[in-house]
Design a protein around this ligand. Sequence first.
Ligand code: SAM
Length: 309
Amino acid sequence: MTLSDNCGRPLLNLRISVTQRCNLHCTYCHREGEVKQANRSAEKMSPDEIVRIAKTAVNLGIQRIKLTGGEPLMRQDLCDIVQGIAHIPSIKDLSMTTNGILLAPIAEKLRTAGLNRVNISLPTLNPETYKKLTGGNLKQALAGVQAAAKAGFCPVKLNMVILKGINENDVADMIDFARQTGTVLQLIELDPINVSGDYYSTHHRFLDEQEAILKEKAISIESRRFMHNRRIYHLPHVTVEVVHPIENTEFCMHCTRIRVTSDGKLKPCLMRNDNLTDLLTPLREGATDEELTQLFKQANKLREPFNKN
Ligand code: SAM
């Protein structure tokens, strides 16, 4: 069974924020569109609760789950979460997005627990720019990239949010780095969520120019229909994906996602917080599998394209 929303968009992907805690302070961070919680020191969902939510999703035809946050690696029990989800029959893909800082010592363990893929946020290869943008140490993030490749995650993707005046000229270096490390580069347009209007107008840049350059260099180009129709450029010995959501009606029309916030609410759209469905409270009050399924179905009907023609 696959659910579709009122616009006929299938529901195939789930992003679960497993924590709001983070060890970096990226200036551009959208925090998965979540409102900042007052008390962020304790996790809101236990591994069992997260796995139960994931099971409900998979039973409804969701094939791919991504763990996000905050920083998922802040959780000591992350391997338990991964193992629990990876063992759900008929799940096709379990991945995580991370800043990579804490990844090196635990990469193999996560791979063994059943994590298939990782995306590592890497906005630049310049240590000073990295420090300014994230507050972190670039060397640790790069160690995370190496460890991910060594552990056999396939593919390892590098997520580079493009910021005008900060890292827009670093793309060629990032492409070379992706080629050297056997990783896939994702160029991501800045989303205007949880950043100030001033920050957005100063640093947002459309990716048209970058795409034009990639088009010229590409050996072949494909579109990922069920991932916002995003373009994939295959260059010699390296692949570059472009994620550009702003003023792009195709992006929303091909969205197949729903999110679970770190406090257990279904969130139909990254851009909105006015249509959340609480799952965690009913789950804790003893909801049956059927009742959780109904809540998922209700939330699915609230999915609608944010940018319409
Ligand atoms: N801490 C983890 C990380 O760094 O990947 C997970 C959380 S982070 C919010 C998840 C993803 O969102 C990262 O790939 C990051 O590059 C991307 N991201 C963060 N802020 C963004 C923004 N304003 N616009 C577009 N993408 C953003």
